[in-house]
Ligand binder design. Sequence first.
Ligand SMILES: Cc1cc2nc3c(=O)[nH]c(=O)nc-3n(C[C@H](O)[C@H](O)[C@H](O)COP(=O)(O)OP(=O)(O)OC[C@H]3O[C@@H](n4cnc5c(N)ncnc54)[C@H](O)[C@@H]3O)c2cc1C
Length: 305
Amino acid sequence: MADYDLIIIGSGPAGMTASIYAARANLSVLMLDKLAPGGQIINTNEIQNYTGMGTINGAELAIQMYQHTQELNVAFDYRTVKEIREENGEKLVCCVEEDKVYTAKSIIIATGTRPRMLGVENEKQYAGHGISWCAICDGAACRGKDVVVVGGGNSAVEESIYLADIVKSLTIVTMFDLTADPMACDKLRAMDHVTIYPYQDVLGFYGDSKIRGIHFKSTKTGEENKVDCDQVFEYIGLTPTTEPFKNLGILNQMGYVEVDAMMKTKIPGIFGAGDCVTKNLRQVITACADGAIAAQSAAHYVQNL
Ligand SMILES: Cc1cc2nc3c(=O)[nH]c(=O)nc-3n(C[C@H](O)[C@H](O)[C@H](O)COP(=O)(O)OP(=O)(O)OC[C@H]3O[C@@H](n4cnc5c(N)ncnc54)[C@H](O)[C@@H]3O)c2cc1C
């Protein structure tokens, strides 16, 4: 007899929404996360595009979502999942901590993504010591300092707007032009202390024990530039956090979980949801929508066993 009808791996917006729908469908549910519930929104300053919320702090939204799961008595355990296996028709969720193994009738993988790195000179050396991927965590220490943001998409622009209120100068170095929401881009462009370098390849970082600046090259003219700074924030895209599921044969070449419109993978009883699945728009609202659909599919699967 399986421990749970459904185990959800990851407690970001996708996992938490899945747990709410599954609990309301009377499934016994366990949600696992290696970190505190909330996922990436914990480290997001303002979310301005989640319907009905206006502007809300990311951590506050995470708390509200978690409270909602607890009103439905969803079980939660701090665990890092390292593998999923099938044995005698049961699904085994294998965790790092104490080699704990849970069994389930169905599983939703909602493990999200992590920031991609540039892979350039001195990046590893300054990672966590001058290069950060989290403006909420490290932005406060940048008051009155010269700061560089690498990237020009939605995350880069949103976090730049947040940082612009704190820092002395903000330089944005991006591979193309700013590609984020036009209203947000216009807001940034209108700020006097913000300089934008579009169409640039980052060559590396320089400094001593501390980062001192960034070196980049125009992809249009080949002109090289160095900008001195105290801190760099990188927002250049995402890598799916799906390494534990490689053995299942359900990932695409980029490592995203391949799902259909009902969030089913090709393995019966295993579903995907949120940023870790193949899709075009990775946002809180789409993660929640995936979670709802995945939970409904899991409920149908369990009821038909
Ligand atoms: C800087 C930034 C700003 C953003 N701003 C916005 C915004 O304004 N509006 C918006 O809609 N979206 C925004 N997003 C995107 C949004 O945060 C994501 O789309 C959303 O969090 C995805 O939810 P998820 O549940 O799929 O994954 P995640 O939020 O990534 O959660 C995945 C969870 O899985 C856990 N996990 C991973 N691997 C394991 C494992 N092996 N075992 C156990 N647990 C595991 C992680 O710890 C994490 O808690 C932003 C993202 C970033 C990075």
